[in-house]
Design a protein around this ligand. Structure first.
Ligand code: 9MR
Length: 582
């Protein structure tokens, strides 16, 4: 009887807090109604009219929480530490807690302070930080400044005259900040592979002095050690690949593909049709039809043919090497106020493609792309469409629905996610989850999160929390395929300050560890049930199986059941079960 060894992904029990985390106060040993003292840290006797008490969870969940109502500035709740000293707390790097602000608290910018005795563990005198969404629990994390107080009084709170908030699970966290990229377990990729998600980065190539042919280049090494998918930041764009009509140059892209092949990485193709970085012989600025036919411009048929040639030639060249393509990039106008009165509409950008061909340039681009490489996953990609409720996000969804209704082969929707501190992961989640029902996959394609001040450690922590919140959303949904960051090191990013995962010397930032930790925990939590099991071939099981990827796309038809274990590593759906091949 045939026996094959496969790993089956089962659901596992919820994971408990990691060993690096210690709860200081979860308020479960208090009684509802217990008053907690508050102290004005600037007044002589500390007295204040601010009040704190233990209440039920405002969201109706079981458990007790701390409810604070500020009646004057500079007041903190006073809690008594159990068997832990300031010294021990100071060995941890971060203080974290869950924060709930009632819907009435719409102002985001409140200072956070906490301390032991008279010393501040965290003091944001000059900073006003985004406190997250209202009417829901959000996790907050702050850097710990070591203190040596011998007091057992622990103070915590937000500084404002009239703020109301709830706190729970006040905890200290020690971050695993070991990083040796030669140790797979200390990289992103090792854990991302176990989660079945694409963790990617854009590679800047020659303009930033990155030589992808040199595996010893620190940036190249950082890339292939940490990421399982790459995208060219510039060298596969139309201005680079077809600088003059009919003369294609794939040299830099080929080098990137070879690097990916050497290290078992996938490649995203970016991009085929775009108004920016357009072939310079089509338009001077992506809008005017001022270059063709000696300045007279191209007509619709000519431009369609040019688009078809570019797509066909490029995709044929990379067939079997580039798994997915951003076929059309940024085709939506920035002004989408149209959706306010016409909720199913969208406004196209008035690019030269649109102006000369019409909206159906989009339809044609996807059809040409599908013909050129029927196996490629075809993406539409745009920016500023990341949060549900924003006009452009609604327009984007309307456009995707229109394309699918027209049977256009669009398989993926890219969210560029060029964001800043204070990411709204809730609205991002609400945005992308609706695409699952449309039968398309989604990817974060160009993620970067700027801080406010270069080199600011507290903002780096907040940035890491933002990265983590988005990754948690991506991991939660099977139809989210890739989590791609737009660049490697901060100094070479197109944005500033400090938007990426690595400093200029490729040393990892807090955001890197936040992502690695999240991937690691997720893999443990969800793959705790992954067991190597030996499956007896049942005579009643068909000898051939259809193999689907995690987005439900057929990847192998009628595969000999004996060959299942020889599939490339990854998550598949076979016989209606998720199967992880390692
Ligand atoms: O990061 C890219 C930068 O090096 C280029 O100068 C710029 C030119 O437009 O393009 C940047 O990448 C863009 C991406 O291709 C599409 N989305 C927006 C990105 C940032 O501008």
């Amino acid at each position: 009887m045939n026996r094959i060894l496969i790993s089956i992904l089962c659901s596992a029990a919820a994971m408990t807090a990691t060993a690096d985390e210690k709860i200081l106060f979860d308020f479960e040993n208090y009684n509802i109604g217990d008053a907690i003292p508050m102290r004005d840290y600037f007044s002589e006797d500390g007295s204040t009219a601010s009040k704190a008490e233990i209440t039920a969870d405002p969201t109706g969940k079981a458990g007790k929480v701390l409810h604070v109502k500020n009646a004057s500035w500079n007041t903190l709740a006073e809690l008594t530490l159990g068997n832990i000293s300031a010294d021990e707390i100071s060995e941890y790097e971060m203080i974290a807690f869950d924060l709930y602000r009632p819907a009435t608290e719409t102002d985001h910018y409140r200072q956070f302070r906490c301390g032991i005795g008279d010393e501040y563990l965290h003091d944001v005198e000059n900073e006003f930080l985004h406190q997250g969404d209202v009417a829901k629990w959000v996790g907050r994390t702050y850097r710990i400044n070591p203190v040596s107080s011998t007091s057992d009084k622990f103070y915590i709170g937000f500084n404002s005259v009239d703020m109301e908030y709830y706190l729970d699970n006040i905890r200290i966290i020690s971050m695993d900040s070991d990083y040796d990229m030669n140790n797979p377990e200390e990289t992103l990729r090792y854990h991302a592979d176990k989660c079945g998600i694409g963790i990617g980065c854009a590679v800047p190539s020659s303009w930033a002095g990155v030589n992808v042919n040199n595996d010893n280049d620190i940036k190249v090494k950082t890339t292939y050690k940490n990421f399982n998918i790459v995208v060219a930041e510039n060298c596969m764009k139309p201005d680079a690949t077809q600088g003059s009509q009919g003369n294609f140059n794939f040299k830099e892209g080929d080098d990137l593909v070879k690097m990916a092949e050497r290290h078992g990485m996938e490649v995203r193709g970016h991009t085929l049709v775009w108004h920016s970085q357009i072939q310079p012989w089509i338009s001077s600025n992506g809008y005017k039809n001022d270059k063709g036919n000696n300045g007279k411009g191209y007509n619709r048929e000519e431009l369609l043919q040019i688009m078809k040639d570019h797509i066909t030639k490029t995709m044929t060249h990379y067939k079997g090497k580039v798994r997915e393509w951003d076929v059309v990039n940024e085709c939506l106008d920035d002004d989408q106020s149209i959706v306010r009165n016409n909720p199913t509409k969208y406004n196209m950008r008035k690019s030269v493609w649109y102006n000369v061909i019409g909206e159906d340039f989009l339809d044609s681009a996807f059809v040409y792309a599908h013909r050129a490489d029927p196996d490629a996953i075809l993406y539409i990609n745009d920016y500023g469409a990341d949060y549900k409720g924003d006009a452009k996000s609604e327009a984007y969804c309307n456009l995707v629905k229109r394309l699918l209704k027209s049977n256009i082969p669009v398989h993926g929707v890219g969210f560029q996610c060029h964001l800043g501190l204070g990411v709204d992961a809730g609205r991002f989640e609400n945005n992308i989850k609706r695409y699952a029902d449309l039968g398309v996959e989604c990817s974060l394609t160009e993620l970067d999160i700027t801080t406010w001040d270069a080199g600011n450690q507290d903002q780096h922590i907040r940035q890491g929390e933002d990265y983590k919140a988005l990754l948690n959303v991506a991991l939660k949904y099977d139809h989210v395929r890739n989590f791609v960051v737009w660049g490697i090191t901060d100094d070479k990013s197109w944005r500033s300050p400090d938007p990426l995962l690595f400093k200029s010397d490729c040393s990892p930032k807090y955001a890197f560890f936040a992502l690695r930790n999240t991937l690691e925990s997720w893999a443990k939590e969800h793959a705790a049930g992954i067991e190597d099991i030996t499956v007896d071939m049942q005579p009643e099981l068909a000898p051939y199986v259809d193999v689907y990827d995690i987005s439900g796309r057929l990847v192998r038809q009628q595969l000999d059941r004996d060959e299942i274990s020889n599939l490339d590593p990854g998550l598949y759906i076979i016989d209606h079960k998720k199967i992880l091949i390692r």
